[in-house]
Design a protein around this ligand. Structure first.
Ligand SMILES: *[C@@H]1O[C@H](CO)[C@@H](O)[C@H](O)[C@H]1NC(C)=O
Ligand SMILES: *[C@@H]1O[C@H](CO)[C@@H](O)[C@H](O)[C@H]1NC(C)=O
Length: 266
């Protein structure tokens, strides 16, 4: 019995390709755009707090981006792409996350219960707001001419779970689409401009302080390293030669990327 189980795992693991990228499935991308969690921002020169504050909404962007991709995959790339609203989460899911950070493992059951509106209903503002009717979904014509939309279309998470091994992570990405993982951010990662070279942290730091989505994997022959292909949410100006994505060493729990991984199906 045990033997067959191992044989089964072995077969699954080794039937996966050496490289796989939802951004290039036989030349077609099933990925939605890179987002920018820090903008727009209330930049009031006279208020030190506003001036310094960057919205820590990575938990909302990583999760919505993975869900946006899975919707795109399920809809076979049919246009237009659907973007779920991180601002709606800042407004209404304040018990699971704010601009000061949040927990993906708490967000997924929240999304299963409450659902989420589209970006156009509640565009990104990079600031925590109240969950009023206007802040759930609105339509605006001019200054102060906004009305709340009643019963806006909502998308729900149908199933979710955690992933604890590298083969499980690969299998899940391959079969169903991008996944959501927590990582540690280092000053070197913040300043990274290496394009598609593999980022390999040598400091060993694993303290969770950022969330991203994993969209595939590969192997770099020059560096002789396996890597994850990762979408960040710091705009396309971050690591610009790779459009806001980055490749991170795979299989060595670099930056703790293999510690806190989750999948969610729309
Ligand atoms: C991509 O192309 C290969 C070879 O032509 C084919 O076997 C595979 O099914 C294709 N994949 C998709 C997702 O269309
Ligand atoms: C591998 O990394 C090098 C930099 O070390 C980079 O120039 C090259 O494009 C990468 N190759 C692939 C296939 O990503």
């Amino acid at each position: 019995m045990k033997f067959f189980f191992f044989l089964f795992l072995f077969t699954i693991t080794f039937s996966l390709p050496i490289s796989f990228d939802w951004g290039d499935i036989n030349g077609t991308s099933y990925l939605t755009s890179i987002r920018q969690q820090h903008l727009p921002q209330v930049c009031d020169k006279f208020s030190l707090i506003n001036y310094l504050k960057k919205c820590g909404s990575c938990w909302a962007f990583s999760t919505t981006s993975a869900l946006n991709d899975r919707l795109k995959i399920a809809r076979k790339n049919q246009k237009p792409d659907i973007y779920l609203s991180p601002q709606f989460l800042l407004n209404c899911a304040s018990d699971v996350g704010t601009c000061d950070g949040g927990w993906v493992i708490s967000l997924l059951p929240w999304l299963q219960k409450n659902g989420i509106v589209e970006e156009t209903c509640s565009p990104y503002e990079a600031i925590d707001k109240e969950c009023t009717d206007l802040n759930i979904c609105k339509q605006c014509w001019g200054t102060n001419q906004c009305v709340a939309i009643s019963n806006p279309k909502k998308y729900y998470v149908s199933s979710y779970g955690s992933l604890s091994t590298v083969p499980d992570m690969m299998q899940e990405i391959f079969k169903n689409g991008p996944i959501i993982c927590g990582i540690a951010v280092t000053p070197d990662l913040e300043a990274w401009t290496g394009g598609n070279a593999v980022f390999y942290d040598q400091s060993g730091v694993q303290s969770l302080d950022h969330w991203i989505s994993l969209v595939g994997w590969g192997h770099n022959d020059t560096q002789n390293l396996d890597y994850w292909i990762i979408r960040n949410s710091w705009g396309t100006e971050w690591n610009p030669d790779f459009g806001g994505f980055f490749n991170l060493a795979k299989g060595v729990n670099n930056l703790g990327v293999e510690n806190w991984c989750y999948y969610a199906n729309p």
